[in-house]
Design a protein around this ligand. Sequence first.
Ligand code: G3P
Length: 217
Amino acid sequence: MKFFLDSADVAVIEHWYPTGIVDGVTTNPSLIAKSGQPLHATIAKIAAIAEGDPVSAEVVATDHEGMLREATALSQIAQNVVIKLPMTPDGMSACRDLRARDIRVNVTLVFSLAQALIAAKCGASFVSPFVGRLDDHVAPGAGMQLIDNIVTAYDQYDYDTEVLVASVRSRDHIEEAAVLGADIVTLPPKILGEMYQHPLTDKGLEAFLRDWKESQK
Ligand code: G3P
């Protein structure tokens, strides 16, 4: 399973990349706005840190022509920039056009299997179902049920679109997505940090060090 960082904070991405567990980065307009930095310069910095790994940069236009214009400019920043397009009819026709130009697309704001099937048919390289928002707004567990459905359906039709689990709220989401065979999870840095932790690891290490210290007296 691949881990992407869901962040537009260059310092945070610089901190996490050397750990060797990060395989890409996703951003969105809210994260770019939160960073307070200009879009193109920020994506250029992140793309350089990621050294060839996919970096998703989202368009803000909502019409087909505007999306293509923004996508063309974003894709010229670096070869590893992936264009993030919303799951709308205009977004999906732009997805087909970009695919024909060999520009990779990540289809975002996906909340149903029907939407995920359209993204695959339109040639998306990545599909981003938002599991946390489904849990928040539909019912707990609705997000993972969608991941299960997408993974199962994609397998049956040999789609090559990768399932990128987004809107992750907890370590449970990551573990469940891995068991279901999702390709990628994109993680807020805080949750990536939490993945290392277990109370029994701390307790065990404390005991090992205490015993060692006692034996050296
Ligand atoms: O980048 C898309 C997604 O991961 C956003 O998550 O927490 O805003 O629902 P969230």
